[in-house]
Design a protein around this ligand. Structure first.
Ligand code: FAD
Ligand code: NAP
Length: 340
């Protein structure tokens, strides 16, 4: 049975550790509980916000509506052949638990996405990606519930309009749906091991692995991430605060003439991807601490809450970073984190 709380702090539910309140709060543990909530007047009348692990949000103010904490669990096999396996995962499942389950069974496709915090339901939101793999490569369907009508809608991969840290759910369908499950197809045979990111092959060498497997790639990713990224349980953060910008060749050549060592990667549509962390570092922000907030010392893309900072302070720091990168490089960084 569902329980709706009033005036609840969201501090335990967002990895930045921001202490804002929501007018109404309801944790949903099953599809039945979700249906029960949908039938309430509260659901019909209030503004709604869905929260999974809270690892990609920055709250700058109290939320004047109904916050739904998604804890719906369950993974089922919907189809299996000798080559492939299709899984339907409930959206409140922890993403990393799903990955570990697949790695254990030797099902290939998401091992590079090991240790990404948060829920399965949020994965299609920004088309989570890491180390050369995006979740859109394995998603076949996303089931979602329309928040105003309670109707179920099925999105095919094409309808999700996935892009680089983008999807329809961050754009035209923003805040309109509760993603209830995600269907993914993984490879049991002939999987492609992706070690295109230098950091993975370096760690594999250190681990004396000459023939990488699903398991060893996952282990390598977990090792790199554990060493490099701040632990959200001890230091408030939401991972990369900004997306890596993709810029035109002309602007890239102009910047390169001044900064010949600028790291860069080929992107789609003749664009060049430049690591936002490098741009931020060049502007002198890396490792800077301002009272209760700062820019992480080993990864300039990560903004941190050292204590009881509020979301507005972090937001203002982000705005200053955007401005200085724009002034120095004529590049406008876009936040990846969802700001409320
Ligand atoms: P939340 O923060 O709870 O929500 C994010 C957004 O999705 C919000 O707008 C929310 O309203 C919406 N939402 C959540 N669940 C649903 C749902 N069921 N239906 C509809 N809307 C929903 N991201 C990457 O892409 N790659 C990485 O490598 C990566 N590394 C990270 C490392 C660290 C240390 C941290 C803190 C974050 C990292 N992230 C990364 C960002 C984040 O973990 C992912 O974006 C993750 O998918 C967010 O999941 P969540 O459940 O915490 O989402
Ligand atoms: P990194 O290895 O220091 O590299 C910096 C950036 O350069 C990365 O963000 C990556 O872009 C890009 N890059 C590196 N090698 C590349 C290659 N061979 N081809 C294309 N692009 C390349 O990055 P990091 O910060 O340690 O992160 C490692 C991976 O984890 C990245 O994929 C990153 O996106 C992911 N990550 C994401 C978050 C988040 O919150 N979103 C947090 C931590 C880590 P891409 O980001 O486009 O891959």
């Amino acid at each position: 049975m569902i329980r709706v709380q009033e005036n609840t702090s969201l501090k335990p539910y967002n990895t930045f550790g921001i202490d804002v309140k929501t007018k109404y709060f309801c944790e949903i543990r099953s599809d039945d509980e979700l249906q029960e909530l949908i039938a309430t007047d509260l659901f019909k009348n209030e503004k709604k916000l869905i929260l999974g692990g809270g690892s990609n949000v920055l709250f700058t103010r109290n939320f004047d509506g109904l916050l739904i904490l998604n804890s719906i669990q369950g993974i089922e096999i919907v189809e299996e052949t000798e080559e492939k396996i299709t899984l339907k995962a409930s959206s409140g499942e922890r993403w990393h638990s799903l990955v570990m389950n697949c790695v254990k069974h030797n099902w290939g496709g998401i091992e590079n996405l090991s240790l990404i915090p948060g829920t399965v339901g949020a994965a299609p939101m920004q088309n989570i990606g890491a180390y050369g793999v995006e979740v859109s490569e394995v998603i076949t369907k996303v089931e979602a519930i329309e928040l105003t009508t309670g109707e179920i809608k099925m999105f095919t991969r094409e309808e999700c309009k996935f892009g680089y840290r983008e999807s329809i759910f961050k754009n035209t369908a923003k805040e309109k749906y509760f993603i209830s499950s995600v269907t993914l197809t993984l490879c049991k045979k002939n999987y492609h091991i992706n070690i295109s990111y230098g950091a993975i092959s370096d760690i594999l060498k250190q681990m004396n692995v000459s023939q990488p497997t699903i398991q060893s790639v996952s282990e390598a990713v977990i090792k790199i991430r554990t060493e490099k990224l701040p632990d959200t349980t001890t230091l408030g953060n939401a991972g990369s605060f900004f997306k890596n910008p993709e810029i035109g060749e002309k602007l890239f050549e102009k910047i390169k003439s001044e900064y010949p060592v600028i790291p860069h990667y080929t992107a789609a549509n003749q664009q060049v991807k430049v690591p936002a962390g490098w741009l931020i570092e060049q502007c002198g922000w890396k490792g800077k601490k301002f009272d209760r907030i700062g820019v992480h010392a080993t990864q300039a893309l990560v903004l941190v809450n050292y204590g009881d900072a509020n979301g507005e302070e972090i937001f203002q720091l982000a705005m200053k970073i955007i401005q200085s990168v724009r002034e120095k490089f004529s590049i406008t960084l876009t936040p990846e984190v969802n700001i409320f």
